[in-house]
Design a protein around this ligand. Structure first.
Ligand code: KG4
Ligand code: ZN
Length: 353
């Protein structure tokens, strides 16, 4: 395996890491959360400007901490898709410049493939096939991982991503941004059974024949917009009655999201005969999801793997790890490769020559 330096600037973290043999030699993550907090969400133009300011110092720091010379780096990678185009451009241009300067191959990486690979850094012996439950601010997907570059999305959200739902509900009950960690923290003081909230099932219409009249639901797709609306209505009603029981609301909401995700992940793993569920993305940090999915997997004879928190949220080590796998299979990208705001995970290999 090779030593890869990777740059991740798809959203609001300026991150640079060096990974060798599924081992993290350095991982720098400069979070822009404070910059965007006043606006209640990421402001794309501000994100690009901050990346521009921070990317070179982060590269220098990553090289210093890894204690490698440029001669010992085998390839330079950057997240090229999906993400904010202006933000992606900063990391990608920096990586291409380094690749040209030091005459190294350039590898353009799909951000979601990075999240899938985060588990390898914690469990270097993990081998596909496995199921990845990817739950972030922008995605909620169940992915059948057959090999690096060979993925099928088996289920996804029909509306809000799980992290987006956490952020929106946190705003409803005035917990600030980002909402996920705030809800997770406050929920510890609340009772998750206080409010019964809708799980958000996707109807497939009425079942024909036996059991006629009974609605059938998509087993792997999720929906969080109904849950968010239910919290909004409940909040309005409760506000009229007195002080808002924020901790109980946070705990009940979080319990419902974790239950919906756990149910779908377990059903999918069993149906596709996959004994390992690797969880990735910012919401993988959620303590209730960790509790419910670990317990459900155990009782079904499956294993649920959660990377450490620093590898769940956006970082460049996971991007370097994905690039390492492609590099070891002889792949690299053209310097003409452009950033793209979206690319289906199934088209990952189109990023390589
Ligand atoms: O993967 P990530 O860092 O960025 C994206 O690629 O989207 O995920 C960020 C999302 C945010 O929506 C944040 O609220 C959520 O992950 N998040 C959490 C927790 N920590 C971060 N959600 C629930 N519980 C947490 N502990
Ligand atoms: Zn992410």
């Amino acid at each position: 395996m090779a030593a890869i330096l990777a740059i991740e600037t798809s959203c609001d973290e300026t991150a640079v890491a060096i990974v060798k043999d599924r081992k993290v030699l350095s991982s720098i993550v400069s979070s822009q959360i404070e910059l965007h907090r006043t606006y209640g969400g990421v402001v794309p133009e501000l994100a690009s400007r901050q990346h521009l300011e921070w990317v070179n110092p982060a590269i220098a720091q990553a090289m210093e901490e890894a204690q490698l010379s440029w001669a010992e780096i085998d390839g330079i990678a950057a997240t090229v898709t999906p993400g904010l185009v202006g933000a992606l451009l900063v990391g990608t241009m920096a990586a291409k410049s380094l690749a040209m300067l030091y005459k190294k191959p350039f590898l353009g990486v799909h951000h979601l493939e990075g999240h899938i690979h985060a588990t390898y850094l914690d469990q270097p012996s993990l081998q596909p096939p496995f199921l990845c439950l990817l739950v972030s601010g922008g995605h909620t997907s169940l992915i059948h991982v057959r090999a690096s570059g060979d993925y099928t999305t088996l289920g996804q959200t029909r509306d809000d991503a799980a992290g987006e739902a956490f952020d929106k509900v946190a705003r409803l009950i005035d917990l600030g941004y980002p909402g996920g960690p705030a809800i997770d923290k406050l929920a510890k003081q609340g009772n998750s059974q206080t409010f019964k909230l809708p799980e958000g099932r996707i109807s497939l219409g009425k079942h024909q024949g036996k059991g006629q009249g009974k609605a059938k639901y998509h087993p792997y797709d999720s929906s969080f917009s109904g849950l968010k609306t239910a919290v909004l209505r409940l909040t309005e009603q409760l506000k009229a009655e007195g002080p808002l029981p924020k901790a109980d609301l946070a705990a009940s909401f979080q319990y419902t999201v974790a239950k919906a995700l756990t149910k779908r992940a377990i059903a999918c793993a069993k149906d596709f005969n996959l004994s390992t569920i690797a969880v990735g993305g910012g919401v993988a940090a959620n303590s209730e999801l960790r509790r419910q999915l670990t317990a459900a997997a155990q009782s079904e004879g499956l294993q649920a793997l959660f990377p450490p928190l620093a590898l769940c949220t956006d970082n460049a080590a996971m991007i370097a790890c994905a690039a390492c796998e492609h590099f070891s299979q002889g792949r690299s990208s053209s310097l003409q490769l452009n950033v793209q705001s979206r690319t289906p995970l199934e088209k990952v290999l189109s990023l390589y020559e």
